[in-house]
Design a protein around this ligand. Structure first.
Ligand SMILES: [Zn+2]
Length: 85
């Protein structure tokens, strides 16, 4: 793979998430030695990854509360009543 393919596949993001298979990771690490832009991408994604846990906690809180699901049920139930007066 070359730089444009790494970019197109968001390889830097997957690399930071430890989601690359071994050959791709090796190729990407080799490529980064000559590509400051991809190193910058990895650093950017690392910075984003640091912020991920708080977002996950928010998502889990929504699942545990399941209030949003109940609200959407009420919304769908109330729609027919409004459509057929
Ligand atoms: Zn690159």
């Amino acid at each position: 793979m070359d730089h444009s393919q790494f970019k197109a596949n968001q390889t830097a993001a997957v690399y930071v998430a430890d989601g690359l298979d071994a050959p791709t990771q090796e190729a990407f690490e080799m490529h980064m030695m000559d590509c400051p832009e991809c190193i910058e991408d990895v650093e950017t994604w690392r910075a984003i990854k640091v912020n991920i846990p708080s977002r996950v906690r928010l998502a889990n809180a929504g699942v545990h509360g399941s209030r949003s699901a109940r609200r959407s049920d009420r919304a769908t139930l109330s729609l027919p009543r409004c459509a057929c007066p």
